[in-house]
Design a binder for this molecule. Structure first.
Ligand code: NFS
Ligand code: SF4
Length: 647
């Protein structure tokens, strides 16, 4: 296959070609080998939940329409969707739990290599959680904050504390529907229980729980992950970095950190700066130690330290095939097993570090928080020792300058300045129409579509039409590679209204907000837009939407569902939405659910059409708010506003 059909990124195209010439398979080749993929699976109509199965429903209506237990297509599709979401939630939240554990260990003085970095944010969080500040030390406060945070995952009573950040009408909607999330573990457990054979058989009831478990992620586990990471590693503020494989250095020891938890990558980054390590590197003839990231952990490092990003999900194998990587350290999530085979073809040493994620035949170095820096140094030493084993090296030239680090706090500061940090200027400019609305472009890169193409096309289309774009995850990296997170280049592409605002405020039109757990920054921003006033009383009234047209992981469904359950429109690609086998489930998620939660799913695979869809949604919200009517401004009282909100 033509590399251009596989990726829209030139560096990736080059490496795809080189891998093909070397006869080494990557995800695209394995997809080809798997094709055609099972049509039942695509539609979500197969079930292997119990041993009377596996069962499948004939989508053409000729074969069986129920499984052995009698489950119909609606139950099967809804159940599969719920399970996918629950798995995604468990991933984000288990990440959050690990962060909470390290956070607490740090506060207790047991994890000496980590320190509480952002005490201002710690104090804010303490206030929010009812922890006494007075004249207590940061560590004393952090112990209490850490304990409360950790309890959010498994507490036996009560609902998620972070959910109180949502606007009051939103919390009311959740309460009315009975979907205010309880402990994360409980919602995940209940998802598995409900979807086991012979339990929940009402697709709407199943999907309502899908909202609840997803909310336990967005307003629970993932939000805690973001908050605690900020306090522990520092809240991100804009800084320059570089993105794409051209960041690898021919004359240095290259280390890739891949995965998700900054617990690992922060320490490797620190170890690589160590004078002793640098001296060791010199001894083997290297000019230095170059750490770069792939996937979400890369976003974390770019956001906080300006450490370069070598690529997103589909780059992980390509990066190794440059022959320039001495060591790739992986922790959890989105680590392809295919890496083992690719690494074996080169000198690259692949090392797993999370006890819950090992790979057969691959060395495992356990990353204990009590000896984090020493472990990281051990890994860096291994990399240095491996430098001499390099064979042929080929590093593509492509790299783009990017600015990362747009935390919620930073956006607030940028918009309002140091002394009056506020979202007012954003709200005002949405109201006056210079900015039409806001879109979150998130998620993965899937070999089923040319890598990065949909994210970047959609982003370009939206900023052109004066929509401010916030990105996270692999979509951010896609935008980065193609120059869209380079403020100068992106400004050129922005519509006149958006451009004017961006130039005045000094912010780019595409804001890189971090990793996938950091999608919670988008939820917090939406709540702040509402709180700031003038754009409705609830998130569902604000002209905002989310999109991911290249989703891969179950985590993407979790994110999509918590956006929807928070009141937003979420657009995914049609091929990647495994619910189309049930008309009832599809109709509900694409339409009916809006009456319940104010948000809904939509499918569109063409990024330009997806932009049309998002714009249409944004303009409809603007119309409903009455901000599209020029001059004749109506002042809304509470009754008017209530009438506007969803019924
Ligand atoms: Ni998000 Fe990050 Fe990338 Fe997708 Fe995987 S790395 S958590 S799941 S593939 S964006
Ligand atoms: Fe088949 Fe029902 Fe068992 Fe699923 S739960 S495998 S539909 S018998």
């Amino acid at each position: 296959m033509d590399p251009k059909e596989r990726s829209s990124d030139k560096a990736a195209q080059e490496m795809i070609k080189r891998m093909a010439e070397a006869g080494i398979a990557n995800a695209w080749d394995r997809l080809e080998a798997q094709s055609p993929q099972c049509g039942f699976g695509k539609l979500g109509v197969c079930c292997r939940i119990c041993a009377m199965g596996p069962c499948r429903i004939d989508p053409f209506g000729e074969g069986p329409q129920v499984g052995v237990c009698g489950a119909d297509v609606d139950t099967i599709v809804a159940r599969n969707f719920l399970r996918a979401i629950a798995a995604g939630v468990s991933a984000h939240s288990d990440h959050g739990r690990t962060v909470a554990e390290v956070f607490l260990a740090t506060a207790n003085g047991e994890a000496k290599d980590y320190q509480i970095k952002d005490t201002i944010k710690l104090h804010k969080l303490a206030l929010e959680l009812g922890v006494e500040i007075k004249d207590r030390s940061a560590n004393e406060i952090a112990v209490d904050v850490g304990k409360i945070a950790l309890a959010e995952f498994g507490k036996s009573e009560g609902t998620q504390l972070m959910a109180r950040r949502a606007p009051a009408p939103r919390q009311e909607i959740w309460k009315k529907l009975g979907i205010t999330p309880r402990a994360v573990d409980r919602e995940v457990t209940e998802s598995l229980h409900r979807s086991t054979m012979g339990v929940d058989q009402d697709y709407k009831n199943i999907l309502t729980h899908a909202s609840r478990v997803a909310l336990a992620d967005g307003w629970g586990g993932a939000m805690l992950a973001t908050e605690l990471q900020d306090v522990l590693f520092g809240t991100p503020y804009p800084g320059r970095g570089e993105v794409n494989m051209g960041v690898l250095k021919e004359d240095q020891v290259n280390i890739i950190v891949h995965g998700h938890e900054p617990i690992l990558s922060e320490m490797i980054a620190a170890a690589s700066q160590d004078a002793e390590m640098l001296a060791e590197a010199k001894k083997v003839g290297a000019k230095g130690i170059n750490v770069a990231g792939t996937c979400c952990t890369a976003n974390e490092l770019l956001m906080r330290h300006g450490i370069p990003i070598a690529g997103n999900f589909l780059n992980q194998e390509l990066v190794i095939s440059t022959g320039a990587i001495e060591l790739m350290a992986v922790d959890v999530q989105c680590v392809m097993q295919g890496l083992t085979t690719v690494a074996n073809c080169y000198h690259t040493k692949l090392v797993t570090t999370a006890d819950k994620a090992k790979m057969p035949g691959i060395e495992h170095v356990s990353m204990e928080e009590t000896a984090a820096l020493d472990t990281a140094k051990e890994l860096v030493k291994t990399a240095i020792g491996n430098y001499k084993n390099r064979g042929e090296v080929y590093i593509p030239e492509e790299k783009e300058s990017a600015v990362g680090g747009f935390s919620f706090e930073c956006i607030n500061y940028m918009l309002g300045g140091r002394f009056r940090a506020s979202f007012r200027p954003l709200n005002d400019n949405i109201i006056n129409g210079r900015i039409r609305g806001v879109a979150g472009i998130v998620g993965c890169t899937n070999p089923k579509v040319p890598q990065d193409l949909t994210h970047t096309t959609l982003t370009r289309e939206l900023i052109k039409r004066d929509v401010l774009v916030l990105t996270t995850g692999c979509a951010t990296i896609a935008c980065g590679k193609l120059g869209l997170t380079n403020p100068a280049k992106a400004l050129e592409l922005a519509g006149p209204g958006l451009r004017e605002v961006c130039e005045t405020v000094g912010m780019p039109p595409v804001l890189t907000c971090g990793s996938c757990v950091d999608n919670t920054r988008l939820l917090v921003s939406c709540s702040e837009i509402v709180r700031e006033g003038g754009l409705g009383e609830d998130i569902s009234e604000v002209p905002v939407a989310g999109a991911c047209l290249e989703s891969v992981s179950e985590k993407a469904f979790a994110i999509g569902q918590y956006f929807v359950a928070s009141g937003l429109l979420v657009v995914f690609a049609k091929e990647i939405m495994p619910i189309l086998g049930s008309e009832n489930v599809s109709n509900y998620l694409f339409d009916g659910i809006e009456k319940d939660v104010g948000g809904r799913w939509a499918v569109e695979s063409d990024p330009v059409k997806a932009a049309d869809m998002i714009l249409e949604h944004i303009e409809a919200k603007r119309d409903a708010l009455g901000i599209n009517v020029e001059k004749e401004r109506k002042l809304y009282d509470m009754a008017d506003r209530r009438a506007l909100s969803i019924e």
